[in-house]
Design a protein around this ligand. Structure first.
Ligand code: HEM
Length: 55
């Protein structure tokens, strides 16, 4: 887990972040998580990250 990437997520578009969680980012080490997470769970993760988790 690369927590450094989560710094400064508060100002980003929540829908776009949820999309990255589910589909990954091609050409980067960010893998897709859609086999493991529902859309609702991805949304919940985005909410936590934008609130400042992890500290
Ligand atoms: C549950 C686990 C994970 C979650 C929730 C997660 C979430 C995210 C999110 C939301 C972004 C977008 C950040 C942004 O647009 O500013 C991102 C980017 C990224 N993640 Fe993850 N990630 C996870 C696991 C991982 C793992 C295991 C790796 C690598 C081994 C990884 C590597 C990356 C990288 C390299 C990026 C930047 C991609 C780019 O250059 O655009 N992530 N991640």
């Amino acid at each position: 887990m690369r927590f450094g990437f989560f710094l400064g997520l508060a100002g980003k578009d929540a829908e776009a972040l949820g999309f990255v969680i589910l589909h990954g980012r091609r050409g980067t080490p960010m893998p897709p998580w859609r086999e493991h997470l529902s859309e609702g769970e991805a949304r919940w993760i985005v909410e936590q990250l934008q609130k400042g988790f992890p500290k």
